[in-house]
Design a protein around this ligand. Structure first.
Ligand code: HAM
Length: 414
């Protein structure tokens, strides 16, 4: 025998209990975002590699290390999407969506791929749902999106979650700030951890994430990007924060918030579960006011977020009840499966879950099976039709389908 095959490293099968929880979460997402005017949207699971290199950014970990990239038969370089925003913006440009009423509000749900070291809450194929509002830089959109994600987290039972917010300003502000920060870190080089010191030029912001005590002392006094924002960017951030406060949302302004994608301008934010360990980010996002233009469209601001389905479900209680099969149809004689199908169809039209005997069991075996799947009623097709209440054991005959349907209904109502 050959060695058993397994799902590839960092991937997993979604078994029925989890699959039901995911469907329920998707229902919450569709309802919360749908009622706020966001329309469902889908983009391909793979795109030209160039889209992510340009959109997410050449220097990010995602593009440098984590992409599943392959060549198609014509030698084109394609990449399994590591995130959704670049694809949505590519579609916005491709379909001339700037001609629609702005902002265009979209939401999506689907598989994403990053070649990361797998651990609890971190996979190579994972599922995100996300929302994007493209075509306006109004700070109310940033606030609306943050509040919508908070609502989904609450309704999914994945709270409590901490919300961190910051602003990155414009790329020019950021570039000047990074120079200032780099110079500051150089001045204090000897107090930093080896790791941070080695990467001062590539990624000075990493110093803010360090556990190392000396580094932490240095960054406590370091210049903060928030203090270098232009007046306009500061006003934009204050407007977002004001709306969050007015809505009663608690948040922390965190000038050290680092996001792993290059397209952000102004607002960035992240929700972290208080229940998860190392991989605690439930979802995050921010503004990307230059991305559409960078992808060849007209200058168009945008803002959005994405959240991880697996992490949301890890943080939420696993209290989804298994659905009971409400009605089981047992067959006393061969040749009655057609009638069973017709009755099953009739009951299912009323929204009742119905299963039919399909494994050639004895009558005793069939009643056992009805019990096993938690049937409330068993309908027995024999010389006539019998309707059995599985709780009381009471059984009574029925003439024809309509009476059977009535009697089944009576038992289910008990
Ligand atoms: P992101 O922060 O890279 O943002 O991912 C969003 C969420 O996806 C994370 O908070 C996490 O819950 C989940 N996630 C990411 N990587 C993994 C993984 N390897 N395993 C499991 N879950 C994961 C974005 O992707 C941006 N596109 C969000 C955005 C939309 N910004 C603006 N619009």
């Amino acid at each position: 025998m050959s060695r058993g095959l397994q799902a590839p490293r960092g991937t997993f099968d979604v078994q029925p209990g989890d699959a039901r929880r995911r469907l329920r979460l998707m229902g919450i997402v569709a309802e919360v975002l749908g009622r706020a005017g966001y329309e469902p949207f889908e983009t391909p699971v793979f795109e030209d590699t160039d889209l992510f290199a340009r959109g997410v950014g050449e220097s990010t970990d995602i593009v440098q290390k984590e992409m599943f990239t392959f060549e198609d038969k014509a030698g084109r370089s394609l990449t399994l999407r590591p995130e959704g925003t670049a694809g949505v913006c590519r579609a916005y440009v491709e379909h001339g969506m700037h001609k629609l009423a702005q902002p265009v509000k979209l939401w999506y749900w689907g598989p994403f791929f990053r070649h990361e070291a797998p651990q609890a809450g971190r996979f190579r194929q994972f599922t995100q749902f996300g929302a994007e509002a493209i075509g306006s830089d109004d700070p109310s959109l940033d606030a609306e999106l943050i509040l919508l994600l908070r609502e989904i987290i609450d309704r999914a039972g994945a709270g409590p979650a901490r919300l961190r917010v910051a602003s990155l300003g414009t790329p020019a502000t950021r570039a000047a700030y990074l120079e200032e920060l780099t110079a500051y870190l150089r001045e204090h080089e000897r107090e930093l951890s080896d790791e941070v010191r080695a990467r001062i030029d590539q990624n000075p912001l990493r110093a803010f994430d360090a556990d190392h005590e000396g580094t932490q002392r240095v960054v406590a006094e370091a210049p903060k990007l928030l203090d270098r924002l232009s007046a306009e960017d500061r006003q934009h951030l204050d407007a977002v924060l004001g709306l969050l406060e007015a809505a009663g949302a608690t948040y922390a302004v965190d000038p050290t918030l680092v996001r792993g994608l290059d397209y952000y301008t102004r607002t960035v934010f992240e929700f972290e579960s208080e229940r998860l360990g190392a991989q605690a980010a439930l979802g995050g996002g921010g503004r990307y006011d230059r991305l559409v233009e960078e992808l060849g469209g007209p200058p168009t601001p945008g803002v959005g977020w994405a959240a991880g389905v697996e992490r949301m479900l890890l943080a939420a209680p696993n209290d989804e009840p298994a659905p009971d099969a409400r009605v089981y149809i047992a067959l006393a004689k061969p040749g009655q499966i057609g009638d069973a199908f017709a009755l099953a169809r009739r009951l299912r039209d009323d929204g009742i879950r119905v299963e039919v005997e399909q494994a050639g069991r004895s009558m005793k075996g069939q009643l056992k099976q009805a019990d096993r799947i938690g049937a409330r009623v068993t309908v027995i097709f024999g010389d006539g039709i019998e309707v059995k209440d599985m709780d009381s054991g009471q059984q009574s005959g029925a003439e024809g389908f309509e009476e059977t349907v009535d009697k089944v209904g009576e038992v289910l109502d008990r």
